[in-house]
Design a protein around this ligand. Structure first.
Ligand code: PLP
Length: 382
């Protein structure tokens, strides 16, 4: 298989536009010069629209996890309690990061099960410096109720730290309206830039918490990022080619417009879910709360009876389509189709077509056609 022919339909990294690749091959520039500062400010301006915030936004040279660690590491001290909400792999990661810096009071749900807001409130009543939430739990394809949890965080005066890694740039996120003190995103997801950068917004309240803390991480010191960002710079040498790529990717986001982009993502995911249903597949998330939803950027389906999710992944890989399997104990039990970034209806149609052909071949579905027809009907509404 020629790699050029591989279609990435996984939840990041996602296909990168040729103009983004071309931008990354530009000659290097001085990261302390005016050209870099102009690029840095341009990126931050577009990101403010994506994040829906007036808060400071910093750009870190490091993947999404670096921003998650910066968020917790700069605000949480060893005696501080963090309510960590877990219903998948990345909620677990936030919990593990919080345990390195402070004390954890975790709400651990079975992966894929929605949170009960009363249980979240009970945790906060016990007292907390911060609460961590993964808005879109990529590992299980569930969208958690960020706005409602933001209200609870405010009621109990806890810092609201939110991972928006697979929503920002592809779904509705309102950092200021929802009271998100720190929001993080990675470059390789809905923004459709190459992996390696992460972006983080920081509220006044979060900055105050950093001022009260005596020891901050060094490389991930967000106060150092603020000091430099105020001069349109980064504290240390940034990944300059990645910045070139990010700027171009953000221009694509701006040209499409966030409203249209969000609609395209929502419709694409709905097409996948509708097709799955038509093919007799079951979605994995268990939605027991009216504020929780299926993800608009990654769809997780249960592997059909007698077939491993990993075999479905392998079948599609042989056809030149890369989807994702299940993580940790969910390996083999589920499979996931990403539909984020600049993924187009034709990419979704092709994926559903190949998935349906596989299901027919494996005897899961008796006749070809219901899946592609269902997907086409939804995509035609775009
Ligand atoms: N959070 C979520 C929701 C993710 O989907 C991912 C990556 O898939 C991460 C965090 C970690 O990001 P990275 O792999 O860029 O460090």
């Amino acid at each position: 298989m020629d790699l050029e022919d591989t279609l990435l339909m996984m939840p990041g990294p996602v296909p990168v536009a040729p103009r983004v690749l071309r931008a990354m091959s530009k000659p290097m520039i001085n990261h302390r010069g005016a050209e870099f500062s102009a690029m840095f400010d341009d990126c931050r301006e577009i990101l403010a629209d994506v994040f829906q915030t007036k808060n400071d936004i910093f750009i870190l040279s490091g993947s999404g996890t670096a921003a998650m660690e910066a968020a917790v590491g700069c605000t949480v001290g060893k005696d501080d309690v963090v309510v960590a909400l877990e219903n998948g792999k990345f909620g677990e990661r936030f919990k593990d990061i919080a345990a390195r810096y402070g004390k954890v009071n975790a709400l651990e749900n079975e992966w894929g099960h929605s949170f009960n807001l009363e249980e979240v409130e009970k945790k906060l009543e016990e007292g907390a410096k911060a609460i961590t939430l993964v808005h879109n739990e990529t590992s299980v394809g569930i969208q958690n109720p960020a706005e409602e949890i933001g209200k609870l965080a405010k009621k109990y005066d806890a810092l609201f730290i939110m991972d928006g890694v697979t929503t920002l740039g592809g779904d509705t996120v309102k950092v200021d309206d929802w009271g998100v003190d720190i929001a993080v995103v990675g470059s390789q997801k809905c923004l459709a830039a190459p992996p390696g950068l992460s972006m983080i917004s920081v509220s006044e309240k979060a900055l105050e918490a950093m001022n009260e803390k005596d020891a901050l991480p060094y490389y991930l010191d967000l106060k150092a990022h603020k000091k430099s960002a105020d001069k349109s710079q980064t504290p240390y040498t940034p990944g300059v080619p990645l910045f070139f790529g990010l700027q171009e990717a953000l221009h694509i986001v701006k040209e499409e417009g966030m409203e249209a982009r969000i609609k395209r993502h929502a419709t694409g995911a709905k097409a996948i879910r509708t097709a799955a249903d038509a093919m007799g597949l079951e979605m994995f998330p268990q939605l027991n709360d009216e504020h929780s939803h299926y993800s608009n950027t990654v769809s997780a389906m249960k592997a059909p009876e007698g077939v491993s999710g990993n075999d479905i992944k392998k079948d599609l890989m042989a056809k030149g389509i890369t989807i994702a399997g299940g993580q940790a104990h969910l390996s083999g039990k589920i499979f996931r189709i990403g539909s984020m970034g600049n993924v187009q209806p034709k990419d979704i149609m092709l994926t559903i077509q190949e998935l349906e052909m596989t299901l027919v071949k494996r005897g899961v579905v008796s006749e070809f056609g219901a899946g592609v027809e269902a997907a086409a009907e939804v995509l035609n509404t775009l």
